[in-house]
Design a protein around this ligand. Structure first.
Ligand SMILES: [Zn+2]
Ligand SMILES: [Zn+2]
Length: 95
């Protein structure tokens, strides 16, 4: 159990302000003004600056590309499987 109700948790940037969230990246306690939610996850100012860097742009590009590749492989696999089963049925009918 964590004593959150004691008022011991304060913002790292504002010592007199109560922290309402914890940065998921560096576990820094931040107030509502210092935290930014990205996809429903709290980030502090410094971590947000790191995320906004070139690494995030690379991640976004990789994320947008991977589903297409996955769908192509899935389509190929499904098509091959259909063709194989069809060929087996046809051959079975002939034999
Ligand atoms: Zn952080
Ligand atoms: Zn603050």
């Amino acid at each position: 159990m964590m004593p959150l109700a004691q008022g011991a948790t304060v913002c790292v940037n504002h010592p007199r302000r109560e922290a309402i969230g914890i940065c998921v990246r560096c576990r820094t306690r931040v107030c509502g003004e210092c935290t930014t939610k990205v996809d429903g996850i709290n980030y502090c100012v410094s971590c947000l600056a790191t995320l906004a860097g070139p690494k995030r742009a690379k991640d976004v590009r990789a994320q947008s590309r991977s589903p297409i590749v996955a769908s192509i492989w899935f389509g190929l696999g499904a098509g091959l499987l259909t063709l194989l089963s069809w060929a087996m049925i046809e051959l079975g009918a002939i034999w």
